[in-house]
Design a protein around this ligand. Structure first.
Ligand code: PBG
Length: 333
């Protein structure tokens, strides 16, 4: 470890004296290819529905999504994370629509892959957009989440997505053993190159509220919570055990979620495992910045960029963020 010489030989401010010097010694930089853009898609044609709790974010029909994706790709964004808004009449307690090869996600994936073959497409593996109770898995008569039964369904869901052309499947459900279940099913379905981005350390967070509004699962979930599968915000070591298990089960990349409140976890995961590590700046984090900026209390662009850079400094290889296109546009200047 290098240290500065004692004052006055050592003057850290020398390196901060002008912009050129600051640029020379900057340790971390943000690049558009660091950004993964989460997008919401719903059924229909010619429709974009704004998400009230996420200013600037809309749910699009496929035809409306295409020009948005084209613009994002031109800005240098290389990856999209796809989240479906499923019609209420297609939801049931088993989330069966998740396995429909002609469902919304497979159709959107096929079209996006056709139009943008160089874009990495990430699909979410979890049942909450599809279940009438809004949980990520199937439940018993007491409402408890059934682990192994859910894993069997998730494995089939991942295969449907991979067969449609998804490059990366991302289990966000936090069932035990799901990475192993998905990896085995992908191998059996002759999809050995489908990557698994595991939401390994996903916390039972109150920052997901606006997302649940966006996909329409908030009403289904009601007063129930996800604490029996998502992690307790008080735990750090446990995140490392989760990551270790997911890597052993066949995950190619791991994720920590939410972001800013869990940067210590991002850092520990990266320094402990040295695997591709991603962080998700979730809906509530996005909306907080938007809300404060709308009040004129903070500088929107400066806070957005400072926050995204913080993820990289903590050790993230990439960041899922609803700011992706806005940030990429700023980086182009
Ligand atoms: C659910 C899922 C959630 C998010 C991504 N996938 C919400 C939840 O667990 O309830 C949240 C993302 C966000 O808040 O931006 N499988």
């Amino acid at each position: 470890m290098n240290h500065f010489a004692p004052f006055p030989a050592g003057r850290p401010r020398r390196l901060r004296r002008d912009a050129a010097t600051r640029d020379l010694v900057r340790e971390h930089r943000l690049h558009p290819s660091d950004l993964i853009w989460p997008v919401f898609v719903h059924e229909g044609h010619g429709l974009s529905t704004p998400v009230p709790s996420m200013p600037g974010v809309s749910r699009h029909t496929l035809d409306r999504l295409l020009p948005e994706v084209e613009a994002a790709a031109k800005l240098g964004i290389r990856a999209l994370a796809l989240f479906p808004v499923i019609d209420a009449n297609l939801k049931d307690p088993q989330g069966q629509e998740a396995l429909n090869p002609d469902g919304l996600v497979p159709r959107v994936v096929q079209k996006l892959k056709q139009e943008f073959p160089d874009l990495a497409l990430i699909t979410d593996v979890a049942l909450d957009p599809y279940t009438s109770h809004g949980q990520d898995g199937v439940i018993d008569e007491l409402g408890r989440i059934l682990n192994d039964e859910t894993v069997a369904i998730l494995a089939r869901q991942a295969v449907v997505q991979a067969q449609a052309g998804a490059d990366i499947v991302a289990p966000s459900d936090m069932m035990d053993g799901r990475v192993a279940g998905i990896r085995q099913a992908l191998e059996a379905a002759q999809q050995p190159y489908t990557r698994i981005l595991a939401y390994s350390a996903k916390y039972a967070s109150s920052y997901y509220g606006p997302f649940r509004d966006a996909v329409g699962s908030a009403g289904n979930l009601g007063k129930a919570d996800k604490k029996s599968y998502q992690m307790d915000p008080g735990n750090g070591d446990e995140a490392l055990r989760e990551v270790a298990m997911d890597i052993a089960e066949g995950a190619d990349m791991v994720m920590v979620k939410p972001g800013v409140a869990y940067l210590d976890i991002v850092h520990r995961v990266k320094t402990t495992f040295r695997v591709p590590t991603f962080a998700y700046q979730v809906s509530g984090e996005y909306s907080m910045i938007k809300a404060a900026a709308a009040q004129g209390w903070i500088d929107h662009d400066a806070v957005m960029m400072e926050t995204l850079l913080g993820f990289k400094r903590a050790g993230a290889d990439g960041i899922l963020s609803y700011f992706a296109p806005e940030a990429a546009r700023l980086l182009q200047r």
